[in-house]
Design a protein around this ligand. Structure first.
Ligand code: NAG
Ligand code: NAG
Ligand code: NAG
Ligand code: NAG
Ligand code: NAG
Ligand code: NAG
Ligand code: NAG
Length: 362
């Protein structure tokens, strides 16, 4: 959380249905989500900062803090408790108005600014849900998500109704719908986890390695894959990846191997029988995995996926490509200079450890 770098708008229901107890609970959870170490506001010496805006809504929406109001954790805590100290007299809870105001804030103060490349997150704390027709929140939520904004929903009621959860689920980005009650009391930890996940992404349209290739909302990992359809020798591929602060892809597990096969299968320029260079290479008689320039290469572990008859013992066949043999795709060693084929670069994801600038560079 110390290194979080996001633009976040919290959208809090303060209609009568919320109850004052629950509103105070939301204030406590929200204030403790950003702990003392999170850098709030803008700091010219440190790009890894988070801005937090606060919008409350009932029948109408109110901007309690825009994205530049809070410049410290002190501002966040005092601002939140101040703004969330009283309920509105309205029974109406038009989330569409709250979301639209958050969208306007992001449009005015984040998109198209120096923080355009910061991931944007809207956290909704809702106790009830009204609105159909022009006041239906779903289209507003969809537009936000289409613009790359992550929406986290937190159903904020003491006795959670399934109906409310069902209403909020399609508002949220997939897997980002939560509830203050059902998650066993650690709402702070759950939202922190969601924020750190939102902060972990791959720039430049590369494919983020994740739990399941088919399910784009499955748990993402901190690694980006770039399948390159440019027929090149192993050695030139390695140098090309390094020129982009990347390295030739590692396959430490069958899961990663299969994920790469699935991902190249849907990349233009990769055709069966698949063939592409990966980072395995032989140095002084030992098989090692390529790493970013300057870091030691990693020895081959217990997992291996050699095609039948491979590796061929030869002092000149020190590179490795994946090669498709019928249904199976596995490793074959090749001459690093003589065999030209496509290749896969890999790089670290942009995340709380690795800040990426507007060009996607770390
Ligand atoms: C919402 O805004 C309308 C129009 O400005 C106003 O008439 C109404 O009283 C407002 N409702 C609340 C609860 O503030
Ligand atoms: C966005 O900017 C426009 C034009 O400056 C202003 O009218 C509007 O109130 C702003 N909205 C928000 C939510 O900041
Ligand atoms: C708004 O939602 C609340 C809580 O679900 C409900 O009690 C109320 O009747 C709804 N109002 C309208 C106008 O739909
Ligand atoms: C989140 O939404 C999914 C359906 O999209 C649902 O299966 C799950 O139970 C929801 N979780 C919570 C906490 O509401
Ligand atoms: C809540 O979750 C966070 C993050 O997962 C964790 O660090 C913290 O220890 C948890 N707190 C409690 C009381 O379980
Ligand atoms: C990559 O594949 C596409 C489609 O097959 C092709 O048009 C393009 O020229 C290829 N690029 C290179 C560098 O071979
Ligand atoms: C991402 O793309 C930009 C613009 O095309 C380029 O300058 C930058 O080097 C790329 N970054 C990486 C990590 O490939």
């Amino acid at each position: 959380m110390t290194n979080l770098w996001l633009d976040v708008v919290a959208v809090v229901d303060n209609s009568k249905g919320m109850t004052l107890d629950m509103l105070s609970g939301v204030a406590a959870v929200l204030a403790s989500t950003f702990n003392v170490d999170t850098s709030i506001g803008i700091d010219l010496d440190n790009p890894r900062t988070t801005r937090l805006g606060l919008v409350t809504y009932n029948e109408n929406a109110t901007i309690n803090a825009d994205l530049n109001t809070y410049q410290s954790m002190y501002d966040v805590v005092s601002g939140i408790f101040d703004s969330l100290s009283a309920l509105s007299s309205s029974r109406l809870s038009y989330l569409s108005n709250g979301l639209q105001t958050a969208a306007d804030l992001l449009k005015n103060q984040s998109f198209g600014t120096l923080r355009d490349h910061y991931k944007k997150v809207v956290i909704v704390y809702a106790a009830s849900y009204n609105g159909t027709g022009k006041l239906d929140p779903l289209p507003v939520a969809q537009t936000l998500k289409d613009d790359g904004v992550i929406i986290i929903t937190v159903a904020s009621v003491e006795h959670v109704r399934q109906e409310l959860l069902n209403e909020l689920a399609p508002i949220a980005s997939p897997g980002f719908n939560f509830s203050i009650v059902t998650e066993g009391g650690n709402s702070t930890g759950i939202v922190q986890g969601a924020l750190m996940q939102a902060n972990c992404y791959c720039p430049n349209a590369s494919v983020q390695y994740r739990e399941s290739f088919v399910d784009k909302s499955s748990t993402p990992y901190g690694s980006c894959l770039h399948p390159i359809n440019d027929s090149t020798s192993w050695k030139a591929s390695q140098l090309s990846c390094r020129n982009h602060k990347a390295y030739l892809a590692t396959e430490f597990t069958q899961h990663k191997h299969n994920f790469i096969v699935e991902s190249v299968t849907s990349t233009t320029g990769f055709h069966p029988p698949l063939s592409y260079h990966i980072g395995l290479n032989q140095v002084l008689g030992k098989w090692v995995w390529d790493q970013p320039q300057g870091l030691p290469q990693i020895p081959l572990q217990s997992y291996s996926d050699w095609n039948p008859m491979f590796p061929i013992q030869s002092s000149s066949m020190n590179g490795v490509e994946n090669f498709q043999n019928g249904q199976m795709t596995g490793w074959q060693n090749i001459d690093q200079l003589k065999v030209s084929t496509n290749y896969i670069c890999e790089s670290y994801a942009c995340d709380t450890d690795n800040y990426c600038d507007a060009n996607g560079n770390m």
